[in-house]
Design a protein. Structure first.
Length: 473
């Protein structure tokens, strides 16, 4: 039985209801009986899914879309103050609630696991949601991407566990009070909101302090930034007398849950871990060492809540992926096309290494779209160096998302660095021409990776069409 809805969430209006984070909360509220409404810039499969749940969804933003009896207007950090629906809410005195506060309210009365880290959150949250569901524990979850299995980014379950992706980009994860928190890694990113790595560490420390008394922090023993966070948290918890259990995981000799080996098996891996003196092996149905480590973090977090580790390890094999996380898109003329959400250099390198191991001797070709001017300014050189791991790359213009252009910051920052690192790379502004270029380069046995957090995901289908139209050899 779910806790009662907070009064403010009985008739909420979501501005930007089609977004990954916003739509998940809206879905859960609709499933819990709220009268959900909202607006989005365009129609999508997500808006249709919300209507199927009984939500009222408007296309376009207009003050008239805000119902007279709305109990709250829910916004994300991406919504600007001049949005007409937000302006109407402020004028009428309708409470404005940040997305993170709405999600935190949905966790009240349940046992939350919050998954944080600069990258890997969506995959790890998805792994937990699928595995717990396979075990019959019926969790609620809110994820930043659609699962291959359940086919949705959020669900209201009948069990007591709530698994949520915790976004550090705007510090909104400070709102949550989890029983178990996972920190996968800590790196400098989100340059519009953080001026330094020290600010990132302070933000993650604040998040960890929000763990409920007697709760557990599951944290990487391999990642340098995560180890630094662990040292800070241990010192702080001891000084403040906080009741916090810390469980580390990874390949490091001092890890509490130690990864003994990861054996690639095509587009999957076999992982063996030592946990509480017992060795356990299980399959991860996505390639790459970093995805295997995500699964081990999920295993440790579930165990911290008392879920039997053996059963959870077996259930993790039922995870088949999440949209845009090394997601196979199809094959044509002997060329496989896979979609990657990677947009930070560490993610890019990890996905390229994983795919190279699964390419069976073929080349890896990348169609990359940089995400955000601020990220390119700060990390463009490292992005170019990561692309040197591919056999050849085509780089699109920067996807701006919520940002305005920054003078002097273009894709050339990345292509120049890639060439300096020995990469075969070229730039193409036209999206269709870029897809055709990559398709023309590909030969049977090659693997094409569409990579980036923007709309490059749409080009996988274009590449496949170009390949299919090409005369057979």
């Amino acid at each position: 039985m779910a806790p009662a809805l907070p009064p403010a969430m009985e008739r909420p209006h979501f501005v930007g209801i089609g977004g990954a984070g916003m739509s998940g909360i809206a879905k859960i509220l609709a499933q819990r009986g709220a009268e959900v409404a909202g607006s989005d810039a365009r129609e999508s499969a997500t808006t249709e899914a919300l209507r199927a749940l009984g939500a009222t969804v408007h296309v376009g933003h207009d003050a008239a879309h805000l119902a007279a009896d709305a109990t709250a207007v829910v916004v994300s950090s991406a919504i600007r103050e001049d949005n007409p629906e937000l302006a109407a809410a402020r004028e009428r005195g309708v409470p404005v609630v940040h997305r993170s506060d709405a999600l935190a309210a949905l966790m009240d009365g349940l046992r939350p696991i919050a998954v944080a880290g600069t990258h890997g959150k969506t995959t790890t949250t998805s792994m937990l949601a699928v595995a717990l569901g396979t075990m019959g524990l019926d969790p609620s979850y809110a994820i930043g991407g659609d699962l291959d299995g359940p086919g949705t980014n959020a669900r209201h379950g009948g069990g007591e566990i709530f698994v949520a992706e915790a976004d550090e980009s705007d510090r909104s994860f400070h709102t949550y009070a989890p029983e178990v928190a996972i920190v996968l890694n800590v790196e400098l990113d989100h340059h519009a909101n953080y001026a330094s790595l020290e600010e990132i560490h302070e933000s993650f420390e604040t998040f960890v302090r929000r763990i409920r008394p007697g709760g557990t922090l599951v944290v990487s023993a391999d990642h340098g930034g995560a180890r630094e966070l662990t040292a800070r948290v241990r010192a702080g918890a001891a000084g403040e007398g906080r009741d916090l259990r810390i469980v580390t995981y990874g390949e490091a000799d001092d890890a509490d849950v130690r990864v003994l080996k990861t054996v690639p098996q095509g587009l999957s891996s076999e992982v063996t871990v030592s946990m509480d003196g017992t060795e356990t092996s299980f399959t991860v149905s996505v390639p790459g060492r970093h995805y295997a480590h995500n699964a081990v973090a999920a295993l440790a977090a579930g165990a911290a809540l008392g879920v039997p580790a053996g059963g959870l390890a077996a259930a993790l094999a039922s995870y088949t992926g999440v949209n845009r996380r090394l997601q196979p898109k199809g094959e044509a003329r002997g060329v496989r096309v896979i979609d990657s959400y990677a947009h930070h250099p560490t993610e890019m390198a990890a996905d390229l290494e994983a795919i190279s191991g699964a390419a069976d001797g073929g080349r890896v070709l990348v169609l990359f779209q940089p995400h955000l001017f601020s990220r390119t300014r700060e990390l463009g050189t490292e992005m170019g160096q990561a692309l040197a791991l591919a056999d050849a790359s085509v780089v699109l213009d920067i996807y701006p998302a919520r940002e305005d252009p920054i003078p002097g910051v273009t894709s050339a920052v990345i292509t120049d660095a890639a060439r300096a690192a020995g990469a075969d790379v070229r730039h193409e502004s036209d999206r269709a021409a870029a897809a055709a270029l990559v398709a023309g380069m590909a030969e049977p046995g090659d693997l094409v990776l569409t990579m980036g957090a923007g709309d490059v995901t749409e080009l996988g289908a274009v590449v496949l069409d170009r390949l299919a139209d090409r005369p057979a050899n």
